[in-house]
Design a protein around this ligand. Structure first.
Ligand SMILES: CC(=O)SCCNC(=O)CCNC(=O)[C@H](O)C(C)(C)COP(=O)(O)OP(=O)(O)OC[C@H]1O[C@@H](n2cnc3c(N)ncnc32)[C@H](O)[C@@H]1OP(=O)(O)O
Ligand SMILES: CC(=O)C(=O)O
Length: 547
């Protein structure tokens, strides 16, 4: 079912940017906007021109540089100041100057805010909305009114809050977005309030709206953990405009995650809200935005998270082998995501078979092999290994069980590493203390005995350098390998200094990355094992023939 008109309004660049620790440059905003457009949203709120210099600059450059296919730009700002005239208010004029076709006005709809934050009368509070909307509409702008603290205000004094919405529509606002500014609402409260407001104002339900009908919208924050549920409840109750941000960015606990909302509407309620097939690209787009904001994507994010369709339990895998729908709420490709099998001590033979398929090995009908690999994984995990975060180490086990031997590129004769520290780290001048590590690796490869010494800022770094130098002579492909992440976990911490250590290493060849695991009585042995796996796996996938 297509509902028209239905607005998907993105505020990643404005309300999303209010997230703690996020600081978007003009270039970042110019890079994110096309991704939002590709997703298929109808509106991109670019920021608050006139208040934030970067946002003024964004609108100036966006008008020249952005070619949006689906979305229009919206400039955000507030209604005129109390006791002034809209056309004289520099903030309001800056909204016009932005040349954005849509202006979104944050307006006070809770009488307590009018009286205490604006320090004015309820009548002047309503006049601020009326005048500003009328002025902007006269100037040819489409106007959205964000009724700030709508739900809190309605619960405190429904008459004033309803009047604020009525005034906005009468003045020419196309949409009044009902804001749960403090994010504390529950879905039933939202449904009841939207229903009551519609009845009082005689507004049609969003699904029955025609072009030109006044629309109610929903702007939810997630402080009660209900932002998505509240937004869906608002749509059910008659809203036909949803605001939110990609990845749920926003102040405090964030805004509603817009991708989750539109995916739920499209895939569960049959309400297509995006232009084009952006939903099928949603995972890539959400991750691309995360790259620009420099905030690591949240793996367990609904629909687009890396773990959203990752299956660990053996029993799940055995059913998924028959039909993936048995353990998945949707087909992951509908949002551009993938199903993944995780191999761990919870795996059964079906998990191994499906993981094998994912890695390009057809293990169907190889019951004995599957049992051997399953047992080996469970035993290794009992000793501290973890394969759900180390696919590459798992693949090496699988290859070994399939062929009877590990891919063989080199033989280690011995290795050692020493750390020399100068200065005394306990002294007040500890910043003078310096540690230099040296490692020597002796190995056999390509018919040669190779001895190489490497230096690094720590023992693992020195070993990595030495191993890399030794092997690059014979396998130039290794030159491209780069250690990009290194994680250490002490497993049985109660043993103190003789605890078992697990190291996870992520390596990249510039095009793809892979993860390997090592376990040992100390960090250096564990890291060495993970590094060896990383090089062997890298050589296999570089197409280098094993000896
Ligand atoms: C719910 C939301 O998230 S809304 C978005 C909030 N975003 C931001 O605040 C980010 C951008 N903000 C800013 O750059 C600054 O806060 C500015 C430029 C808007 C205002 O800064 P200043 O001029 O220094 O004012 P200050 O922050 O001290 O006070 C805000 C003023 O706006 C008034 N105001 C607040 N909300 C509204 C409103 N909806 N309509 C009209 N006036 C308002 C206040 O009464 C106060 O007026 P006063 O100067 O007469 O006391
Ligand atoms: C307008 C807005 O961001 C809010 O009320 O939360």
């Amino acid at each position: 079912m297509v509902t028209a008109p239905f607005h998907v309004y993105d505020t990643t660049l404005r309300d999303g940017a209010q997230q703690e620790g996020m600081n978007l440059s003009v270039a970042d905003k110019l890079a994110i906007a096309p991704l939002l457009d590709e997703l298929g949203v109808g509106f991109i709120e670019g920021g608050w021109p006139g208040a934030i210099p970067k946002d003024t600059e964004f609108f100036r450059r966006a008008a020249k540089e952005l070619e949006l296919r689906n979305a229009v730009l919206a400039a955000f700002g507030s209604t005129r100041k109390a006791g002034t005239r809209a056309w004289d208010d520099p903030q309001v004029r800056a909204l016009l100057d932005s040349e954005a076709p849509v202006v979104t006005l944050v307006s006070k709809s809770d009488v307590r805010h009018v009286e205490r934050a604006l320090r004015t009368t309820p009548d002047e509070g309503l006049a601020m909305i009326r005048d500003t909307v009328e002025f902007l509409v006269r100037e040819g702008r489409r106007v959205v009114v964000d009724a700030e603290h709508f739900f809190d205000g309605y619960r405190f004094d429904a008459a004033f809050t309803t009047e604020a919405v009525r005034v906005a529509f009468e003045a020419g606002a196309e949409v009044v977005a009902l804001c749960d500014t403090n994010g504390g609402m529950l879905p039933a409260w939202v449904s009841d309030t939207v229903g009551a407001l519609r009845d009082t104002l005689g507004l049609v339900h969003g699904r029955d709206a025609r072009d030109g009908d006044p629309l109610l919208g929903m702007h939810a924050h997630n402080d009660s953990g209900c932002a998505v549920a509240n937004t869906l409840a608002a749509v059910d109750a008659g809203c036909a405009h949803v605001q939110g941000t990609v990845n749920g960015y926003g102040e405090r606990t964030g805004n509603v995650d817009l991708v989750t909302v539109v995916a739920n509407l499209a895939l569960k309620s049959g309400i297509d809200t995006l232009a084009g097939d952006g939903l099928a690209e949603a995972s890539r787009i959400a991750h691309a935005v995360a790259e620009i904001t420099n905030i690591s994507p949240y793996g367990r994010q609904p629909y687009v998270g890396a773990s959203a369709f990752a299956h660990k339990a053996g029993l799940h895998a055995s059913a998924i082998k028959i039909d993936p729908d048995l353990y998945q709420h949707i087909d992951p490709t509908a949002v551009g995501n993938d199903m993944r099998m995780l191999v761990s001590d919870m795996a059964g033979r079906a998990s191994i078979e499906l993981k094998g398929r994912e890695l390009g090995f057809d293990l169907a009908g190889q019951g004995e092999l599957l049992t051997r690999v399953t047992t080996r994984v469970k035993d290794a995990e009992a000793r501290g290994y973890t394969f759900d975060a180390a696919d590459a180490s798992f693949e090496l086990i699988l290859r070994e069980e399939l062929t009877g031997e590990r891919p063989h590129y080199f033989r280690i004769e011995s290795w050692r590493t020493i750390v020399e520290t100068t200065g005394d780290a306990r002294n007040a001048d500890r910043h003078d203390a310096e540690a230099v590590a040296e490692a020597t690796v002796k190995l056999h490869a390509g018919g040669e005995r190779i001895v190489v010494t490497g230096e690094g800022n720590g023992p693992v770094n020195a070993l990595d350098q030495a191993l890399r130098h030794a092997l690059t002579r014979v396998y130039p492909a290794i030159e491209k390998f780069d250690l990009i992440d290194f994680k250490v976990r002490i497993l049985d911490a109660e043993h103190g200094t003789d605890a078992t250590t697990r190291v996870l290493v992520e390596t990249s060849d510039g095009e793809r990355s892979w993860s390997t695991v090592g376990v040992g009585p100390n960090i250096i042995e564990a890291a060495w094992e993970a590094l060896i796996d990383a090089h062997v796996y890298g050589l296999v996938h570089a197409g280098v023939e094993a000896l």
